[in-house]
Design a protein around this ligand. Structure first.
Ligand SMILES: NC(=O)c1ccc[n+]([C@@H]2O[C@H](COP(=O)([O-])OP(=O)(O)OC[C@H]3O[C@@H](n4cnc5c(N)ncnc54)[C@H](O)[C@@H]3O)[C@@H](O)[C@H]2O)c1
Length: 322
């Protein structure tokens, strides 16, 4: 395989893929970056030209870890060259572009996998199992908190930089596309780049979701809360050990109260979560898909629903109410 883009995040992907597969090429437009990494991966050739990479007939798969606006064009070129592709999130900035990539991959029988890291987090996998097995009862609402006084981006707003993570989890847990999305936010620090964004999503089933995304906040929060009719669950990535907590609490209408609502508060417990690195699991999943194991179309479709929702949320964000 090959990797295009070896920046701040790309180097983590590179480390994992180099351990799991045969790394043939490292490609980056920045020659200094290449020189930094080339000695660490002597089996790989270094190049600033993507053509060198795509012309290699021995190559099966390419990882794209470049800035977001370049993803669609690069992924398209990789698929056109007949290679499987892993693209960092989000693989495109428009739904129509992502649809085109999905169709291209499907027509050619190639894997197109978006880098939705959180979907490989054992804590999120646990939430998914709690939802799918019906342990929580009917899921009513989900909300995500991704806040911090953190890295202040000047090109990408909080929706695209932070929201893509929570959105991928919400859509994965509910397995449904929203019928209504609304986003409100404001750019306080850099004109045109929203630092604080509140998103609301409503689904055809009636379930609702909310996301608070901000790098202008006193709390460092990385949390997803799922409210079910029978139980409630929280995935808190700031917790070192108890990443998932299940609360056996819910409203109920006992017959003796003749229809009046009461609340039941039972025990809370933290299921055991494996301590495996999500990035490692993500890379292994891509390689399994390349080998023909697993549902490659599901991976591409997960990416498509996220890009569509992001595009609609961005349009809503730009609609300023007078
Ligand atoms: N999954 C996660 O948790 C996570 C975290 C951080 C970043 N990311 C994603 O990873 C991607 C890369 O982020 P980063 O922080 O490494 O960015 P970066 O700016 O540090 O690195 C990007 C690299 O790509 C190179 N590059 C740019 N255009 C190129 C091209 N056309 N061909 C070849 N190389 C090119 C640049 O020279 C640079 O070295 C982004 O899409 C970002 O959204 C994901």
């Amino acid at each position: 395989m090959a990797q295009i883009g070896v920046g701040q995040w790309g180097k983590n992907l590179l480390r994992n893929f180099a351990e799991l597969a045969e790394l043939r090429w490292i490609c980056d437009l920045d020659d200094a970056r290449l020189q930094q990494f080339a000695p660490r991966y002597p089996s790989a050739r270094a190049t600033t030209s993507i053509d060198d990479v795509l012309d290699d007939d021995e190559l099966d798969a390419v990882v794209v870890a470049t800035p977001v606006p370049t993803h669609y064009e690069l992924a398209k070129r990789v698929l056109d060259a007949g290679k499987h592709v892993f693209v960092e999130k989000p693989p495109a900035m428009r739904g129509a572009e992502m649809e085109e990539l999905c169709e291209l991959a499907e027509d050619r029988g190639l894997v197109l996998m978006p880098g939705h890291l959180l979907l490989y987090h054992p804590g999120v996998q646990k939430l998914k199992a709690l939802v799918d097995t019906g342990e929580l009862g009917e899921v009513l609402c989900i909300y995500g908190n991704r806040q911090n006084l953190g890295t202040i981006r000047m090109h990408e707003n909080a929706l695209w930089s932070l929201g893509v993570h929570d959105l991928s989890v919400v859509l994965y847990l509910l397995d449904e596309e929203p019928s209504e999305v609304v986003a409100h936010g404001n750019a306080f620090l850099t004109p045109g780049v929203e630092d604080v964004v509140f998103c609301y999503l409503r689904f055809p089933s009636g379930r609702i979701a909310h996301m608070h995304l901000s790098w202008l906040d006193p709390h460092k929060m990385r949390k997803i809360t799922v409210v079910g009719r029978e139980k409630m669950a929280v995935f808190d990535d700031m917790e070192l050990e108890h990443k998932v907590t299940v609360y056996d609490k819910a409203p109920e209408q006992p017959t003796r109260t003749h229809g009046e609502w009461q609340t039941r508060t039972g025990a809370k417990f933290s299921p055991e979560i494996p301590n495996t690195e999500p990035l490692r699991l993500e890379c292994e999943h891509f390689l399994a898909l390349v080998r023909g194991e697993g549902d490659a179309q599901r991976a591409a479709r997960d990416g498509l629903v996220v890009v569509r929702a992001l595009e609609q949320l961005q349009a809503s964000l730009e609609t300023v109410v007078a």
